[in-house]
Ligand binder design. Structure first.
Ligand code: F3S
Length: 404
């Protein structure tokens, strides 16, 4: 990979150990991916925050970076942690876990990152990270990556925790993959037939992610009159089941509406319908063998649209004894909600937590044996991350099952 003489000097350590460390990581990555050089990025979103997923190795790395005096040089934010950082005791997190998690947060703080632990920085751009069409960014967390690329038209590869942290420190990333025009045009057309409910977008994402893993899809026939969170779920499920970093929607996503990509390279076309997707549900998400009593919502973390939907579904209802509904969001997002929204839900028996989510929390250590969720991404990852069964259930059905 080509390096300018200043970059070369940084690599050799003339600007200090921390920048040299970050440069080494990015040069190795760039060489591996065939990048021609480095480009500046306007923001970094760092994944790898939960002690449940990252463990001791992360603590060691962050301690070393703090010792070297590393600091982020661009606006940089953090993905969810393994627990609600304020209410962990009342929820029942073990002390040993909490101690490690708080240590990680302290170490990130030392590096200068924004402490809003969120996987939806795109919903709180003024609070967490500014991002716009055409911005080159370095984001980890696959739902944030696919949303930023697709719905905003920013440009990022699916970065790992270490490479986005290196970019946060250096303010640069290797120029390859999604940063290049030629890799952003669709090669698969997905024609959506008929009416789709929100849950069908999770199934659609899972189906396309699983079966067209290396494609850039363009969807047409998608009718989203108002943002109800469905496209967040579509992207999250697609990125979870496959490695897809970008999709387009005819008439909606900015690179299509502004004519920045064309459809000349499409070499495959498929038709999908809500009915067909529902028939595939058991194959994509096997049902648990026993009844589910605990339901976890907010993967990606709950935004304004999802809160509005749940609030409407819960009107006049209360969670009944023996059932639980837990919602995960970020503090930044919570602050943008209409007054009383969270309080109404809490008064109805719903538990609303910040800073974390059901995938990066140690659910089994919290006593959960199986859960239901309205998220295709969460239903995919919970069995892998916590070793417990997860059922994919539409949000309104969850409310029906849990309320009186
Ligand atoms: Fe976000 Fe956790 Fe899902 S980080 S996308 S809520 S797995």
């Amino acid at each position: 990979m080509y390096l300018s003489s200043k970059e070369e000097r940084t690599l050799q350590g003339e600007e200090g150990e921390a920048l040299s460390f970050a440069m080494k990581i990015l040069v190795n990555l760039g060489d591996l991916e065939g990048a021609e050089g480095l480009i500046p990025v306007t923001s970094a979103h760092v994944s790898g925050v939960s002690y449940h997923t990252a463990g001791e190795a992360l603590i060691k790395l962050l301690e070393e970076l703090n010792e070297k005096g590393a600091k982020v040089s661009i606006p940089s934010s953090l993905n969810p942690a393994g627990m609600d950082l304020r209410r962990w005791k009342e929820i029942g997190y073990p002390d040993d876990f909490a101690e490690k998690q708080l240590r990680i947060i302290d170490l990130y703080k030392g590096l200068g990152l924004n402490m809003t632990c969120s996987c939806i920085p795109y919903e709180t751009p003024d609070i967490v990270l500014p991002v716009g069409l055409g911005d080159h960014i370095s984001w980890g967390e696959s739902n944030a990556v696919i949303y930023a690329n697709s719905m905003i038209g920013a440009r990022t590869n699916r970065e790992g925790g270490i490479s986005c942290l290196a970019s946060a420190i250096l303010g640069k990333t290797p120029n390859w993959g999604m940063h290049l025009d030629e890799n952003r045009a669709p090669d698969l057309e997905v024609r959506v037939k008929g009416e789709m409910e929100p849950i069908h977008y999770d199934l659609l994402g899972a189906y396309v992610g699983k079966n067209f893993n290396s494609s850039i899809p363009v969807f047409n026939g998608v009718r989203i009159d108002s943002d109800n969170g469905s496209l967040k779920h579509l992207g999250a499920a697609m990125a979870a089941k496959g490695g897809i970093p970008l999709y387009h929607v005819d008439g909606l996503t900015p690179e299509m509406t502004k004519g920045l990509v064309d459809k000349d390279g499409i070499d495959e076309r498929i038709d999908v319908s809500a009915f067909g997707l529902w028939k595939m549900k058991k194959e994509l998400y096997p049902d648990p063998e026993k009844e589910v009593n605990t339901y976890v919502l907010g993967c990606p973390q709950f935004g304004r649209a999802e809160f509005a939907r749940l609030h409407a579904a819960m009107k006049g209802k209360k969670v009944k004894k023996g059932k639980r509904i837990l919602v995960y969001t970020s503090r930044g997002l919570r602050n943008l909600l209409p007054e009383g929204r969270v309080e109404d839900l809490e008064n109805a028996g719903i538990e609303v937590y910040d800073d974390t989510c059901m995938v990066v929390s140690p659910l089994a250590r919290l006593g959960m044996e199986r859960v239901g969720t309205d998220s295709g991404k969460a239903a995919h990852y919970i069995p892998k991350m916590s070793g417990i069964e997860a059922e994919l259930v539409p949000l309104e059905v969850i409310v029906d099952r849990c309320t009186k």
